[in-house]
Structure formats: C-alpha cells, structure tokens
Design a protein around this ligand. Structure first.
Ligand SMILES: Nc1ncnc2c1ncn2[C@@H]1O[C@H](COP(=O)(O)OP(=O)(O)OP(=O)(O)O)[C@@H](O)[C@H]1O
Length: 235
C-alpha cells in the first residue's frame, strides 16, 4: 500500500472545475515532483492533500485511511505538512517563533527539533531572534521548510520552493532534501523548473489543465514526451 494515495481527485472553485480525476501515489521514502505550467492545477492538488480544500472525502488516503475531509491542522497531526507557495511567514514573529508554530500539530517526538532544523540551516540559528519576514527570500524559504519539518511529517509537500530565488540560493534550499528524506519524510515537490524536478525526483508527474498528462521515472521520460505533456503541443 502506498503511503499517500490520491484516486480520481476532482476539485472545484465554485462553477470552475480545476482538477479532473487526478491519480497519484507516493511511497514511503520517495520523492516525487509535480510539474506543469501556470494554472495546471498543481497548487490546487497540494491544497486538496493538505486539507485547505476539502471536497474529496474518499479520494485522498494516507496509509489507507481517508484524510480528504480533515481540516489542515488534523492533516498535519496525521503526518502531512505543507510548505506553501509564497512561504507565508507570520510577520510579527521571529524566526524561532515561526519555527515553533510548526511544532503545534505534532503528536509524537521525532527527529526534527529546533536544534536539528538549525543544523540543517545554520543561518537560521544566527537569525533566530529577528523577524522572519526581514530575512532574504531564500532564508525565508528555509524558515518555511523548517516550520513544516517541526511537525515531523511523514509526507512533506513543497509548493514552488524555488520561485523567485536566485540559482545559487535554489541550490542551497534543495541541498537540504537528502537529509529531509533520510530523516524519514517522503516528499512531494511542485516545481516549474523541469530540469530541477528531473534532478531531484524519483518519479515525475506532469499536469495540464487539471489532469495528469504524463508520469514516470525521469530516466524513462523523453524530452519530447515531457514537452507534449507540459505544453500540450508537439515539440
Ligand atoms: N481561489 C480560486 N478561485 C477560482 N479559481 C482558482 C482559484 N485558485 C486557482 N484557481 C484556478 O484553478 C486553476 C488551477 O490553479 P492552480 O493554482 O492550482 O494552478 P498551478 O498549477 O498551481 O499554477 P501556478 O503555477 O500559477 O501556481 C487555474 O485555472 C486557476 O485560475
């Protein structure tokens, strides 16, 4: 049984249908990437899994148990944490206070504590008393990742963590991924940079207009097939 299983997921915003029968699996220890152009439905998929959108009671399962009707805090308590697009740090709180917010939903002690997050991103220890929003974009992204890790998730959802960051900063953020996986989290990465996605993921799903148009292991997917699945036109 997969750790996370999404089956026939649909999602709507009022009259507008954003997802049309999305199927996806994530195994323990795996990293998968979801790629697709603006508006393909990637964020809607993440928001459905994390409980922000809740119109899929039976379509999302964690270790076989339905989580699609649970509110976000209950989904975190079940072991699914999200690093949201745009980081969403609390403006009035310090770096450390932002990190501690992430520990709220946690049921059990685990690998991730303030200390291990600071080991992962040493700059955050130096800056722990300053307001999170005064940090650079890359450092804010590290806080957002650290905050999600503080719940000791079994599944970490990362929505566009490289958006707006310089290449050297993106490299630093992605350098944390192996250790996050070693500590026991399976990872879902939403990424618009196809090259980056292919580099870090065990499997890739491509979305277009609310549907999965291609999936597979990076080494099995041709550039042309990815191009077609991403843009919907032949290369
Ligand atoms: N709150 C909302 N109300 C109405 N429509 C929405 C809302 N959020 C997203 N949509 C629409 O749903 C579709 C999927 O959007 P979504 O944000 O999931 O795509 P995405 O692949 O994450 O794109 P991006 O890379 O721009 O974040 C788009 O057509 C978008 O306009």
């Amino acid at each position: 049984m997969s750790l996370l299983q999404v089956t026939g997921l649909t999602a709507r915003y009022g009259d507008f249908q954003a997802l049309f029968g999305v199927d996806l699996t994530l195994d323990a220890g795996e990293a998968i990437a979801i790629i697709g152009a603006n508006g393909a439905g990637k964020t809607t998929l993440m928001r459905s899994i994390s409980g922000v959108l809740r119109n899929a009671p039976e379509m999302i399962r964690l270790n076989g148990a339905p989580i699609g009707a649970l509110p976000p805090d209950a989904v975190v308590a079940q072991g699914v944490a999200m690093v949201p697009e745009g980081r969403r740090l609390f403006a009035s709180l310090s770096v450390e206070e932002n990190l501690l917010i992430g520990a709220h939903g946690r049921k059990d002690a685990g690998y991730w504590t303030l200390q291990t997050v600071y080991d992962l991103f040493p700059i955050l220890k130096e800056k722990r008393h300053v307001p999170g929003v005064s940090l650079s974009g890359g450092q804010q992204q590290m806080v957002a990742i650290g905050r999600a890790l503080m719940s000791n998730p079994r599944v970490l959802l990362c929505d566009e963590i490289s958006l707006g960051l310089a290449p050297v900063v993106i490299r630093d953020v992605y350098a944390a991924l192996p250790r996050i996986r070693d500590a026991g989290a399976a990872v879902v990465i939403v990424e618009q940079d196809i090259g980056q996605a292919l580099k870090v993921a065990d499997r890739v799903y491509c979305m277009m207009e609310g549907r999965i148009t291609l999936s597979g292991r990076p080494e099995d997917l041709s550039r042309a097939a990815i191009h077609d699945a991403y843009f919907g036109v032949s290369a």
